[in-house]
Write a protein that binds this ligand. Structure first.
Ligand code: S3P
Length: 438
């Protein structure tokens, strides 16, 4: 089977798009609906492989999840609505085999939190990339809560989780990570007493918003998030907004292909995620939020973007966690921007689906960019654009999509190899690209 994408220099991108459901919110919707009492309906759940892995894990633990087709009036395609029959906080069953979470770090880390406090043991496994990602960051705080988790020597998966009674803790996050924060808060649901997490830099707060939506007692005080243990979670209706991290590829595509104008409808614009919008605007992007509204506890807007002359920018500090998944595509924007873009204090990028500092530096060099790799980021001297080249994704969905977008404005043809991974977060990426570049 061919596993590459061939990208030719594109004419203007125009029209309206809708993005698939937000990946982070989709995972959490499945998890909390499964732990709630009653039936929840989830609209616009992402159907990417990562979320499928979360769905299958809960089905393996006895949760009934059904997809129902709904024809929506404003879309050509039928939209799936998922019906999740919650089993209640203590209703999960011991899975008959190890839970395979594929490429999905969010599934593994959040599930580690949920499974630590169960009355049964479980095993979490993943693909090669996931099996090399750091799990010590969740094992440490969960162990402080009373969990017993066995990992490989380097604190990597497989994780063997022995279900234990948990107690609340007060824990200051050593890394800015929404996955670690969420793992602790989810474990806190099963713990006796109160669990408090302190974060130095704000990371995505979808878990907090959704826990409240499901009726948990969650309070925020400054940078401290506290959840009371052993609540009754109540089923509900969740509308998953379009994924801003997926929209980012089309925003940059429209910015770098002359004459483009796109409107992307119904995108999540939670302020803990909008770093990319602020960075692109600081680079001179003609990019606006329209029709701002709130849907199921999350801010949503339509994004209008027009091709723009971009300039380099410096990105560091609190902006990093607020744009953490957007650096591959930001590097592409930087290659087309006049002047220097400097991304620093971003060493977390080295432990994503690939080492995104190394992979983006290597592949953009092949496309003729002037890139210097730093321990904690990248420096890109932009302005000359990119040339077509043979590049590869290193099995990382966001690297694959970023390179494909880079090819739209490149001189000559670009061929991106190893693109099956795109299906982890954005199965219809190529289809959307073809539609908007028609
Ligand atoms: C996510 C948190 C981030 C992000 C990931 C999704 C989440 O990871 O990169 O794609 O859903 O909580 P970290 O917590 O490792 O920063």
């Amino acid at each position: 089977m061919t596993d590459f994408l061939e990208i030719h220099p594109s004419g203007p991108l125009r029209g309206e798009l809708r993005m698939p459901g937000d990946k982070s919110i989709s995972h959490r919707a499945v998890m909390l609906a499964a732990l709630a009492e009653g039936t929840s309906m989830v609209h616009n759940l992402l159907l990417g492989e990562d979320v499928q892995n979360t769905i299958h894990a809960f089905m393996d633990m006895g949760v009934k999840i059904e997809a129902e087709k709904k024809v929506s009036s404003n879309l050509a395609n039928p939209v799936l609505e998922h019906k999740i029959n919650g089993v209640g906080l203590w209703g999960l069953k011991k899975p008959p085999q190890p839970l395979d979470l594929g490429n999905s770090g969010t599934s593994m880390r959040l599930l580690a939190g949920i499974l630590s406090g169960q009355k049964f043991d479980s095993v979490l496994i993943g693909d090669q990339s996931l099996s090399s990602r750091p799990m010590g960051r969740v094992i440490e705080p969960l162990s402080l809560m009373g969990a017993e988790i066995h990992a490989k020597e380097k604190m990597t998966a497989p994780l063997i989780i022995k279900g234990r009674p948990l107690h609340g803790i007060r824990y200051e996050l050593p890394v800015a990570s929404a996955q670690v924060k969420s793992a602790i808060l989810l474990a806190g649901l099963f713990a006796h007493g109160r669990t408090e997490v302190i974060e130095k830099a704000a990371t995505r707060d979808h878990t907090e918003r959704m826990l409240r939506g499901f009726g948990a007692s969650l309070t925020l005080q400054g940078q401290t998030i506290a959840v009371e243990g052993q609540p009754k979670l109540k089923a509900g209706v969740i509308e998953v907004p379009g994924d801003l991290s997926s929209a980012a590829f089309f925003l940059v595509a429209a910015l770098i292909v002359p004459g483009s104008e796109l409107v992307i409808r119904g995108v999540g614009v939670n302020p803990t995620r909008t770093g990319i919008l602020e960075i692109l605007q600081a680079m001179g992007a003609d990019l606006r939020q329209e029709n701002q509204r709130e849907v199921a506890g999350e801010p949503v807007a339509d994004l209008r973007v027009r091709a723009s002359a971009l300039r380099g920018v410096r990105v560091n500090g609190a902006l990093i966690p607020r744009a953490i998944d957007e650096f591959p595509i930001l590097c592409v924007a930087a290659a087309y921007a006049r002047g220097r873009t400097e991304i620093r204090e971003a060493s977390e990028l080295r432990v994503k689906e690939s080492d995104r500092i190394a992979t983006m530096a290597r592949e953009l060099l092949r496309m003729g960019a002037k890139v210097a790799e730093k321990e904690d980021g990248l420096v890109i001297e932009g302005g000359a654009g990119l040339k077509g080249a043979e590049v590869e994704s290193h099995g990382d969905h966001r690297v694959a999509m970023a390179l494909a977008i880079g090819g739209l404005s490149a001189r000559d043809r670009t061929r991106v190899a190893d693109v099956a991974c795109i299906a982890t977060s954005f199965p219809d990426f190529t289809l959307h690209l073809q539609e908007s570049a028609k």
